[in-house]
Design a binder for this molecule. Sequence first.
Ligand code: ADP
Length: 613
Amino acid sequence: MIVKKKKWAFWKSINFKITISFLLILLVSIEIIGNIFIQNLEQTTISDYKETVNNRVSQLATSAGDIFSDMTETDDQKNEVLQNQLESFNASDILEARIVDSKEVIRAAVGSSNDELIGKKNDYLDLIDFTLKRKEIVEDGRQVYVNVQPIQNSTGDSVLGAIYVKSDISQQYNRVQDIATIFYSASLVAGLISVIVALLFARSITKPIKEMEKQAFKIAYGDYSSKIKVVGEDELSELGTTFNLLSNRIERTQDTMESEQNKLNNVLTYMTDGVIATDRRGKVVLINQPALDQLNMARSDVIGTSILQLFELEKEYTMRDLLENRPEIVIDRVDANEDFISLKSDFALLRRESGFISGLVAVLHDVTEQEKNERERRNFVSNVSHELRTPLTSVKSYLEALQDGAWRDSKIAPEFIDVSLEETNRMIRMINDLLNLSRMDDGNVHLDLEIVNFVNLVEFVLNRFDQMMNNDSDLKKYIIERDFQLETAWVEVDTDKMTQVIDNVINNAIKYSPDGGVITVVLKTVQHQVILSVTDEGMGIPRKDLGKIFDRFYRVDKARARKQGGTGLGLAIAREVMKAHGGYIWAKSQEGEGSTFTLVLPEQEDFEVEEWD
Ligand code: ADP
């Protein structure tokens, strides 16, 4: 049987589940860690930057305060120093810076058109109130940091001006962004590596599981040949070892069960009795071949059928009757050879260890022979009684008539005595025949075997019949035609008994032929068998009787046969005698046209003819 294994979708596999779990854990971790890290990084970077800018601006404000307070220098000189200071302060991140005095005049400026601004009035609102301002704003789509620092004198009690610095803080943000990008790219690479690692890890777990699953699948279908390769010393390898052990044990158990099953099957097949097992409800679950042959049924028709239906017992019994009383039942059937058979069924209960009745076993014995023998015995006794009573009754009536005075009548008396004698002789003949048959039945028949030329033996018997007819003109007329296709045919026979058989067959041919009938006797050999056939032109034997004429006392027309002095045992004796000689006899007939009786004997070839000449 080829069984296809179910294919799993990859996304349902443990491989996938472990990998995806790994990946999810990693992604969530990266997300959380990344967020915290980026936030912190951003905070520290931006605040560090702002602090640096603030410090520098404060320092500049202090030195600008000193310059403003210096009374020795002119305004132009101061402007030049302030401009120098502001330029030295200038850096790549400073977008614009200016210093204004308390009169709101721009005294130094870097950034956009700085030269033109000096000496002009401040136009930035942020500088109007000379207070400290630190703020982040978006300008032209980028983040800028505006720092307004008042300039005070050394004592700090008067405001001399203010410094305005606008720096490009977006670079800091970009740096943080770059770091975040590097972080996330690294995380992505780490994610990919971990997916591969997770896949490999999952495979290292699922591979042995898969192998075990394959093995289990094979075991399920009876293949115990392959074993799981155990590698390492972890829980999975331990499971693999246990699995191999389990497979061995199952194999051994299976072997034992199979051999037990085989033994049982062999016993069931080779036993001559039929065996049928049913479940509790009487449905057939097992039947052996002899039972199928006896019932002349196919297994597929029997399995699942009720045993009551199978034995045609539905009207007489219920399943409960069978289980409780287990009656002895005789079933009559026609077997596969179309022979009538009688089956005796004995029932036994099938019980579990708990005592629970789980079914019924029926054992079928073929009792056809016993039944037939019994029937034959009964028939035989009735036949013998009948056969003897008829002549005895007539002898008795003749004797009574003689007793009543007929003995005085010189004409009737001898006739009565003749008939009585004839009947008595027939009875003696019958009893002798019966004794012979009984001896043959017991295997006590003694054959005085000698090797004779069968042609001569048959010729001798036929000549006697010819003579008998020629000597007695009252006898029925017949013509015996000889068709001998050979001159010698050596056979080993008991001459007396064989003569009796041939006598009986020729006698019957004459008896059942019309007056003047032709009896053809053919003698030939075929394949080392000597064949003698006797064909008459008589009344023939009906087809229905043909198979029975070799039975004891069987006669087609009882009254007529008896009148002709037959005992009804001649052919039965012939059959037994032929059997004792290793030969056989059979008949064929066409009703109204005649019959042919054929005797077959083994030809004797391996002896020196000279010894007998
Ligand atoms: P019987 O003594 O009655 O002849 P057999 O055993 O010799 O007894 O023959 C049995 C029966 O077979 C006969 O009663 C007869 O009905 C039938 N039978 C035997 N031979 C012939 C035959 N040649 N033609 C017709 N019927 C025959």
